[in-house]
Design a binder for this molecule. Sequence first.
Ligand SMILES: [Zn+2]
Length: 480
Amino acid sequence: MAKEKKLVEAITSMEEDFAQWYTDVVKKAELIDYSSVKGCMILKPAGYAIWENIQHELDRRFKETGVENVYMPLFIPESLLNKEKDHVEGFAPEVAWVTHGGLNPLQERLCVRPTSETLFCDFYKNIIQSYRDLPKVYNQWCSVVRWEKETRPFLRSREFLWQEGHTAHATEEEAEARTVQMLNLYADFCEEVLAMPVVRGQKTEKEKFAGAEATYTIEALMHDGKALQSGTSHNFGDGFAKAFGIQYTDKDNKLQYVHQTSWGMTTRLIGAVIMVHGDDSGLVLPPRIAPTQVMVIPIQQHKEGVLEKAEELKTRLAASGIRVKSDNSEKSPGFKFSEQEMRGIPIRIEIGPKDIQAGQCVLVRRDTREKTVVALEDLEAKTTELLETIQSEMFARAKAHRDAHIYDAHNYTEFTEIVNTKPGFIRGMWCGDQACEDKIKEDFAATSRCMPFNDQEQIATTCVCCGKPAHKLVYWGKAY
Ligand SMILES: [Zn+2]
């Protein structure tokens, strides 16, 4: 019993200490482990399986829009990284360098990719000559390295997994359309698959990506009221093309620069899922992303026929396309329940001698703990239906929570009061001057998250910070 109690007791409650709760969940749900390389984490099977599902679904959606996958080298020569000024300045403080090959110093040091714009540009310069070579819509799945000072599992680590899409187009319009298309793809993925509502919008000049003309972002609100940037899509215009000399001959035989985009999503998304949906019993996974959707747990499994029945249910569910496991181990049912809850498995099915006799089983939802008795003949239909219900109700709950934590500030007094007392997004007008963003960051450690696309309501006529005339609505917030 001592060991069984430990599993649940070891979690700090969210209300008490959200950061500690998060750390407890990632460890206890066995998503990650720390490694002997400081700031780098080990993705354990339960964590990596979530990433595989994210990857699989995103990749399928990418390919529907014509994306092709490639793989670029891990290293970037220093001279290549230095070609685009803003870009190198943005990344220089976090770059890891390789200086030796075996025992010999390298003539030119190589950086371990923090992102691969420069490699793609170098590649595109060589393979794009004519308008017939366009567009190029490539993506790579890989890891990148950024030497962060402070790290947290999934949210910030020195090496992380991601995808980076890099495209080249003949025209400005086409590049802009692709930038928006990918942002919308990301937003739909978050909402439909991760059950996580997002605000779609544009980053300010201060917050945009190094070297981009425009950065679009999706911002999600975590349970503690902090924002998490969950995916970005950048329009590079022809800035990189000019720095790298990527030109093509158009239909009139004139030389033109290409227009480029890039877009990325990372293992941060797993951190987002934990912080949007989790509770004091651990992880709560939306069914569409859960590596295991159903756990069958036999009750009084030593009684005749119970284990066989549990296996039969598992086989039937698997045959109908549900990701299902059964727990036939020697642990007590109570321990198995708390393990299933900790790991966020959306449904557990309890089946014991009395259920078998009555021709039924019990379905228990992880998100609400609601129990439903289901006739065995309806097993597949009811389970499938319940998974869909859980998915849509998880989204609705997350959206209600998010919407209840969006506040309007009309002046600095209101802003100050909200930012100090109410965690969440603050909607406030902005004059467009970076000095106001700097002041808000300095005063409250809050940043402009985005200028929303779908929500351009003019809640005031003056800047929430300086009081000068303002036309841009900004979502502000403290962020991960
Ligand atoms: Zn202002």
